[in-house]
Design a protein around this ligand. Structure first.
Ligand code: SF4
Length: 744
């Protein structure tokens, strides 16, 4: 598209009438009366919120913060134009994105006001913009500012110039950076890669296991404690006489004493600083005793001696509530101390965070989709043959479906259904992740997605439990010396990557990971509204590229390679190396290496016995059939020109030789079989000889490779079987090679 030439602005009086609705598109809707007009200094668009994961304050623009009237008018005109004026270069601003642009604009104006003495836009020079770029890069307190953030910030002057005709009192008169794009200015390469970081496996493994522990074991206790607490609230009364209160307190103490329990101890972080002489009462949770005994005004000086005497003789008990704590099946130890009212609330928040983690990671739903989940969203459906029952969630998806979204269904696995069941017990509201109150006390647990603080609090909390050893799960480790910084977007990206690249990954053992992959993929394949399939494919391609770069690095580092395809692939690598001058002592941008390898015209399918640098024209497995993917189950690693065997594969070959030798030790082995096995050992040894720096005299013996009707050979199938067994082990690197020839 041709960029419109930049024309300096001819300024005029305000072009927009003060009575103009800020969002004219809603002028005829029932919301019209509540929506702001252009002349208002406070644009409150909260009635237009449709997604619960959106903060209400992100829909309020307060222009009073622009104290200069010219700046204020420019800000209003600019945002109005971004919302309502079509521009050939920029998409109209969504209401949900307004606050971000408002803050960026305010930042730019604040810079002009503080550093350049309030210079008007009309007087801004390129030197000022360059200084702004530098300030954006440096950050305010010397912190590292990412290129994407700098890009976002300098886009404001660029867009102010693009919308200069919409500004009536002050506008830029230059074309910033001579029309170069913000991406170019900050030096970011155009990449399709998702910039959301994946959660590292070392972090994700324990995180998911802890979240499942909460949903499957701890939830029962937390829910029971909430019921206990609610019961106390109903029972307490402050209108009793002193006599009846002291009688009730005595009765409660006697019953407690009979079970050998102490008085509830106050939680250390809520300890009150007591004046006066030490007393056994100082560590007692008075309020809880009052609630449990049904005694209002527990601090009454007449009740004090009763409690003091009890504290001296009975001692204290952490938490103090009655709900028993479940023992972990492995350690047979309670997973925590008994609850107190404060810890019930805290554990409730942790349980919600756990439910969120389970739903987000094991369903692949976006944050906005999870936030829309309502009571009754879970249902099951049985396949037509009656053999399989699937758990499903009913909800809404938004991406590419407008502000209001469209209904969607996700196929999920049992733990997600369990998390939904827990949430339905935690709240009496319809919105599972967004209740107004959770009772018995208000907790804004929707904040799980407002910020990542609940995710971080969950990590810290489970790490404290891990230290006790009561639950046999590992703590969530730091990454490079610092705690991993969670945010809710990371779960979907991480799941897409794992499904694409590590079907037998980290959660295997606790969860049938492959089942997650199959079910989730099935859900999204059937419900393309959510678009997860394309994200998985993008991750798969990305990893494929990483694998090729890995092989190139191996080549650079002198890792030996063999197999019929080795010479050709090494020649391609050598060309890339030569072209880039990628030799020791010379630093080469890895992005350029990637770009060149991308043009090799080969797709890499890593395997345990060999890597397939696939070129369909010469694929041995496609001799008899047509196809655009390798038939890996019929791979002939030592004969196909696409086959590349490197030192990475050596251990599997050596294992195969060792196994064959074990077979030779069998007594009464038929002569024919012995001959075939010996030949097999010779062939295998020949294949790996170059990898061990040896020369092998024997040439391949086609006779021993008993041809089969399907074009594969008996001996390779034997090796392949060994390979399949290896691949079934969780955590093994390399794609499995399935009968349909696809990497999975
Ligand atoms: S025979 Fe093996 S190496 Fe050759 S194309 Fe097929 S899968 Fe790839």
């Amino acid at each position: 598209m041709m960029k419109p030439a930049f024309q300096p602005q001819v300024l005029s009086a305000s072009q927009i009438d003060h009575d103009t609705p800020v969002v004219p598109a809603y002028a005829t809707t029932p919301y019209a009366a509540s929506l702001p007009l252009f002349g208002d200094d406070l644009w409150d668009l909260r009635v237009l919120r449709v997604r619960r994961n959106q903060r209400l304050d992100s829909l309020v623009m307060d222009f009073r913060s622009f104290t200069d009237s010219t700046r204020r008018l420019v800000a209003k005109e600019y945002l109005y134009a971004r919302l309502n004026v079509k521009h050939p270069q920029y998409c109209p601003l969504a209401i949900t994105g307004m606050k971000v642009e408002y803050y960026l604009l305010r930042r730019f104006f604040a810079y002009l006001d503080t550093v350049w003495d309030g210079v008007r836009l009309a007087d801004v020079t390129q030197a000022i913009l360059d200084a702004y770029l530098l300030a954006c890069r440096l950050g305010e307190k010397g912190q590292i500012i990412t290129a994407s953030t700098v890009q976002e910030r300098i886009l404001i002057p660029i867009k102010l110039a693009a919308y200069h005709t919409a500004l009536s009192t002050d506008a830029l008169t230059l074309e910033p950076w001579k029309g170069k794009s913000a991406r170019y200015i900050v030096g970011r390469s155009r990449t399709a890669e998702n910039i959301t970081p994946r959660i590292p496996e070392a972090v994700l493994g324990p995180l998911i296991q802890w979240a499942l522990f909460y949903v499957q074991i701890a939830a029962k206790d937390i829910l029971a404690a909430r019921v206990e607490l609610a019961g106390y609230q109903r029972a307490s009364s402050s209108s009793d006489t002193l006599t009846s209160r002291s009688a009730r307190l005595e009765t409660w103490i006697a019953a407690r004493r009979a079970t050998g329990r102490g008085l509830p101890a106050s939680t250390p972080r809520y300890h009150v600083h007591h004046k006066g002489p030490d007393s056994a009462l100082h560590g007692v949770n008075w309020a809880l005793v009052g609630r449990m005994a049904g005694v209002g005004s527990i601090t009454d000086h007449c009740l004090r001696p009763i409690l003091e005497k009890a504290a001296e003789t009975m001692g204290l008990e952490p938490g103090g509530m009655d709900t028993p704590i479940s023992c972990h099946p492995t350690t047979q130890r309670p997973w925590r101390d008994r609850f107190s009212p404060n810890t019930v609330l805290h554990e409730t928040s942790m349980l919600v965070a756990a439910c969120y983690i389970v739903c987000a990671y094991l369903s692949g739903m976006r944050e906005s989709e999870i936030m829309q989940l309502q009571r009754g969203c879970h249902f099951t459906e049985t396949t037509a043959d009656g053999l399989i029952t699937r758990h499903k969630l009913r909800g809404m998806t938004f991406k590419d479906h407008g502000r209001r979204g469209v209904p969607a269904t996700w196929v999920v696995i049992t733990p997600v259904a369990e998390a939904i069941a827990v949430l339905e017990q935690l709240t009496d509201q319809d919105c599972l992740f967004w209740p107004k109150r959770m009772g018995p006390s208000a907790v804004s647990y929707g904040a799980v997605v407002y910020s990542a603080r609940f995710l971080k609090a969950f990590r810290d909390h489970v790490n404290q439990i891990a230290v006790t050893g009561a639950v046999p799960l590992a703590a969530i480790p730091d990454v490079e010396g610092v705690p991993w910084s969670f945010n809710s977007l990371q779960f979907r990206r991480t799941l897409a990557w794992h499904i694409a690249n590590q079907p037998f990954g980290i959660v295997a053992g606790k969860i049938q990971y492959q089942h997650v992959s199959v079910v989730t993929f099935e859900g999204y394949a059937g419900q393309s509204e959510s678009g997860f399939r394309s994200e998985i494919e993008a991750e798969r391609q990305l990893q494929q590229m990483e694998d090729i770069v890995d092989r190139y690095e191996d080549y650079r580092n002198g890792v030996r390679a063999a197999g019929p395809g080795a010479a050709h692939v090494q020649r391609l690598f050598a060309e890339v190396q030569q072209e880039l001058g990628d030799f020791s002592g010379h630093i080469v941008d890895r992005g350029r290496v990637r770009a060149m390898l991308l043009h090799m015209g080969r797709t890499l399918y890593p395997g345990l016995l060999n890597d397939c640098f696939f070129d369909p024209a010469i694929a041995r497995c496609l001799k008899e059939v047509k196809g655009d993917k390798p038939l890996i189950a019929q791979c002939a690693p030592s004969r196909c020109p696409n086959s590349y065997i490197s030192e990475r594969h050596l251990p599997v070959w050596e294992q195969a030789i060792a196994t064959a030798k074990e077979h030779l030790n069998q007594r009464r082995l038929p002569v024919l079989q012995r001959t075939v096995i010996e030949q097999q050992i010779t062939d295998f040894s020949r294949v790996i000889a170059p990898l061990k720096g040896e020369k092998h005299a024997c040439e391949p013996n086609d006779r021993a490779e008993a041809s089969r009707s399907d074009g594969s050979s008996a001996k390779w199938n034997r090796v392949s079987n060994g390979r399949a067994t290896d691949r079934e082990q969780p955590g093994k690197r390399g794609r499995s090679q399935s009968s349909d020839g696809q990497s999975s």
